[in-house]
Design a protein around this ligand. Structure first.
Ligand SMILES: NC(=O)c1ccc[n+]([C@@H]2O[C@H](COP(=O)([O-])OP(=O)(O)OC[C@H]3O[C@@H](n4cnc5c(N)ncnc54)[C@H](O)[C@@H]3O)[C@@H](O)[C@H]2O)c1
Length: 346
């Protein structure tokens, strides 16, 4: 496989921007970043690479076959991040998720087939498995049981990748990563939301009793894993990418408060998300057998993340003054007014 140009979709988002930075630093590829710049896309995430001669940004929708077809003819490989990515927003507006995560993925695959690209790395999610019960740790062979509109849309996108492999021989590889944390994550997501609210001495809205368990993967470790899969992943195969850093939300919140030296009295227990998955847990032996392992344990990953939000206030202040403010009010206004403080909830 000879890669000269990589088409990255969704590169202005959280993981995509970190991955573009990783790719530029570790390879001499040309990179085309196709991103629609939804509320989650932010070109500030890529300020340090925007003038690099090997980097090109194109604003466009992965569902637009004309734009996608044109860019695909210049690409040898595709790394596809573009998606609507937030579960809570999928509960409010599932149609947008079908449009991008399912239909958009189809448009990319079809264009990749026509252009005969050499590699198509698709970023799926651990949420396709649904919630793990008891000690269940999902392997790549486990069935899909998505429970949110987001997870179902991601499952729909991924299944098409497998179909394009089986039917047309498209050289696809699939990544199923756990929850990422790190720089440039939009503050609607749990860790930046809690961190920024704590910095601002605002209440931290925790769903239910905060007992849901997630595995927290540091975004740089994820980028290393994706680099490996792009070059060494077996065609047609899916790979779990977990860090074995499982913690429940209340443990995460307490760790953030401790790092920032803020009181637990900022915690509020709010009405839970409908259908909230209790736990995601994956066995990642398959990618570890290829030679990857995460460098950050939970504490190191969280410390680096919290430190970044502490020192990059202008980045999140600009976001919080825009669309985010309305979203936050819709999502948390009433729930916070009815919330239980930390002491009472027990
Ligand atoms: N963040 C996580 O913890 C996590 C975990 C598992 C999987 N994933 C997957 O990784 C990928 C990236 O996640 P993220 O957290 O960086 O998301 P994000 O929401 O931060 O970024 C998504 C990016 O995609 C762009 N985009 C959205 N719709 C588009 C469209 N129709 N056409 C072109 N661009 C579009 C947005 O503008 C944004 O830049 C997603 O596919 C997500 O499902 C994320």
């Amino acid at each position: 496989m000879t890669i000269r140009t990589v088409l990255v979709t969704g590169g202005a988002g959280f993981i995509g921007s970190n991955f573009i930075r990783h790719l530029m630093a570790n390879h001499d590829y040309n990179i085309i970043n196709l991103d629609k710049l939804t509320y989650a896309g932010n070109l500030e995430n890529l300020k340090d690479v925007e003038d690099n001669a090997r980097y090109r940004f194109v604003q466009g929708d992965i569902g637009d076959a004309e734009v996608v077809g044109e860019l695909m003819s210049d690409a040898d490989a595709v790394v596809s991040f573009a998606a609507e990515s937030h579960v809570d927003r999928s509960i409010e507006d599932p149609g947008t998720f079908i449009q991008t995560d399912v239909y958009g993925t189809f448009v990319l695959l079809e264009a990749a087939r026509q252009a005969q690209v050499e590699r198509f790395l698709h970023i799926s999610t651990d949420e396709v498995y649904g919630q793990s019960i008891g000690d269940q740790r999902f392997t790549e062979e486990d069935p899909f049981r998505p429970r949110s509109p987001y997870a179902a849309s991601k499952a729909g996108g991924e299944l098409q990748c497998h179909a394009f492999r089986a039917t047309y021989g498209l050289p696809v590889v699939i990544a199923r990563p756990a929850n990422n944390i790190g720089p440039y994550q939009y503050p609607e997501k749990a860790v930046p939301l809690f961190t920024i609210n704590a910095i601002e001495d605002e209440p931290l809205p925790v769903y239910g009793k905060g007992l849901q368990i997630r595995d927290r993967l540091y975004v740089d470790d994820h980028c290393q894993a994706l680099d490996l899969l792009l070059h060494k992943g077996e065609l047609g195969e899916a790979y779990n990418i977990g860090a074995d850093n499982e913690r429940n939300n209340i443990e995460v919140v307490e760790a953030i408060l401790e790092m920032l030296e803020k009181p637990k009295s900022l915690i509020r227990f709010i009405e839970d998300r409908p259908g909230h998955d209790e736990r995601y847990s994956m066995n990642s032996q398959k990618i570890r057998a290829l030679g990857w392992s995460p460098e950050h344990d939970f504490e190191a990953a969280l410390e680096k993340t919290v430190e970044w939000y502490k020192t990059n206030r202008p980045w999140w202040e600009r976001i919080r003054s825009g669309e985010y403010r309305d979203y936050y009010e819709r999502m948390y206004g009433r729930r916070l007014a009815e919330a239980k403080p930390y002491e009472e909830a027990g």
